[in-house]
Write a protein that binds this ligand. Structure first.
Ligand code: NAP
Length: 496
């Protein structure tokens, strides 16, 4: 593949696990002139950005890692965030990816040049560079959402978004408030509750929480994992199968397997009953939407904090922020020194895609998705976007561990680039017909999912886009996804 006059074979945007997976696969395919551009000052994506207290994976570590690069040294079943960051560094070193990485480089725009069949990538430092292929690996949850409550700018205390944590920040003696009760808040709230003089949790929508069966992995077990990798592989298989059953039966085939979903609800309700003494607090912590509409989470410590005398749950909506506190719709004023925004991310307005991408015939990807429908063939390629791989796309997320998605996409890349080589071609573009077929099939399959067959009203779930369509998850089992990524019809693409 000749790139004589181009700066790079490929530009990958994002140095998290997705970008690194793409880097590893492209190198296997013989592309050696890569640039991995990262806006942060180090690699690791979400595991570099997030370092709030209590951060840990909520998918068991044997599964939340590359299958081809097992880590026998996870200290717990659910490893703490810092171990994920270390693992990312290990992968970058072992697969020799660091030399391609450039940090603090913010990509603002990319445009396809149809005459030269290449991409030009424009960065905030005023530079531009050309590449035959463009890969976006900018994450699903990477554009922080900061709500704009009236009076927010007048607040005299400290405001911290969970993605901009100040390590060692001390809540001792403080009146703290946390806005949000998503997976991040569930991990963080018990940590703040241990230190703060008073903590008020502002909940708009409750989250389903099930017990977390977590324990340290003793050194002898780690040694066995290191010595006999097959043992860790077996552990991964068991865990992945359990997650798979939860996802496929509980979420994707809700219509056919309602009892499985109901069982999860019973488990979460029993967990709540066992942990929270006050009946009214329990009622307010109980979701009214079906399990799975919104990403559920695991915790043994979250619910308990609501028994503590220094913690209160506020469910009246936030009306305004004043210099010394928050005023709620019911007239209550909560005095606050530190305001923590565990308010999550914006996926559908600012993240898909994370910067402007202009393809063939001037197709503006973000505009096309937002004004039409969110779609991507096999969750990775888009018509009129030649030589473009979008790793974080509509219908791309498969299984529960992000690594399932990444490894499926690596298979897709391998098949696609294998065919390019076989044909002596340099350009690929998915056909409109193949894309439409995949979109129709995915949308139809989702009819059975909890998103449409269940009751998701009032869940305010980020699985739904602004058109009310649940276009994030790929409605197939992990095995089916991996098989398809390995065997999609090659004439779904035009090659040149
Ligand atoms: P999130 O799930 O989107 O939760 C954001 C929270 O902020 C929600 O409770 C939301 O309420 C609330 N919120 C947002 N704007 C608000 C407003 N204007 N007023 C009141 N409340 C507002 O974000 P997250 O907790 O950061 O988690 C995102 C995802 O990251 C998770 O679902 C999970 O996939 C991943 N995650 C994983 C781990 C892990 O594996 N260890 C840990 C953390 C996060 P509404 O629900 O009413 O919108």
């Amino acid at each position: 593949m000749g790139t004589e006059n181009l700066d790079h074979d490929a530009v990958i945007v994002g140095a998290g696990f997705g970008g690194m997976g793409a880097g590893i696969e492209l190198r296997r395919q013989g592309l050696e002139n890569l640039a991995i551009l990262e806006r942060e000052d180090d690699l690791g994506g979400t595991w570099h950005v997030n370092h709030y207290p209590g951060l840990a994976v909520d998918i068991a570590s044997v599964t939340y890692s590359y299958s081809f690069e097992p880590n026998p040294h996870w200290s717990r079943l659910f490893a703490p965030g810092a171990e994920l960051k270390k693992y990312a560094e290990h992968v970058a070193d072992k697969y020799d990816l660091r030399r391609f990485m450039e940090f603090g480089v913010v990509v603002e725009r990319a445009e396809w040049n149809d005459d030269g069949q290449f991409w030009t990538v424009y960065t905030a430092d005023g530079r531009s560079r050309t590449a035959r292929y463009l890969v976006t690996a900018t994450g699903f949850l990477s554009q922080p959402h900061t709500p704009d409550f009236p009076g927010m700018e007048t607040f005299a205390g400290k405001i911290i978004h969970t993605t901009a944590w100040e390590d060692g920040y001390d809540f001792a003696g403080q009146r703290a408030a946390v806005i949000g009760t998503g997976a991040t808040a569930v991990q963080l709230i018990p940590e703040i509750a241990r230190k703060a003089k008073a903590l008020t949790v502002f909940q708009r929508t409750p989250i389903w929480v099930v017990p977390k069966v977590d324990f340290p992995i003793p050194a002898p077990v780690q040694a066995v994992f290191a010595k006999v990798p097959l043992t860790q592989k077996a552990a991964r298989l068991v865990n992945t199968s359990m997650l798979e059953a939860l996802m496929v039966l509980g979420v994707l085939h809700y219509k056919q397997a309602k009892p499985g979903n109901r069982l999860a609800v019973l488990l979460a309700k029993a967990h709540l009953r066992a942990q929270v003494r006050d009946a009214d607090t329990r009622r307010r912590l109980t979701p009214t939407y079906d399990f799975g509409c919104k990403r559920p989470t695991f915790s043994n410590t979250y619910f308990r904090v609501f028994n503590q005398p220094n913690v209160s749950l506020q469910t009246s909506s936030i009306e305004r922020v004043e210099p010394d506190g928050i005023v709620c719709a019911d007239g209550t004023k909560v005095m606050v020194d530190t305001l923590v925004l565990a308010t999550g991310f914006n996926l559908w307005d600012t993240n898909f895609p994370a910067f402007e991408i202009i393809g063939r015939d001037g197709r503006n990807l973000g505009q096309w998705w937002r004004e039409g429908r969110f779609q991507a063939y096999e969750g990775i390629t888009v018509p009129k976007m030649p030589n473009f791989l979008s790793l974080n796309s509509p219908y791309s997320y498969s299984g529960l561990s992000y690594f399932t998605t990444i490894e499926g996409q690596m298979k897709h890349i391998a098949r696609l680039f294998g065919e390019l080589r076989r044909r002596g071609s340099e350009t690929f573009e998915v056909t409109e017909a193949a894309n439409t077929r995949f979109l129709d099939r995915s949308a139809a399959a989702l009819d059975s999912s909890v998103f449409y067959a269940g009751d998701c009203s009032g869940s305010r779930s980020y699985y739904f886009n602004q058109h009310g369509e649940a276009t994030l998850l790929r409605p197939s089992s992990t095995l089916a996804t991996l098989r398809e990524m390995d065997s999609f019809p090659l004439d779904d693409y035009a090659f040149a």
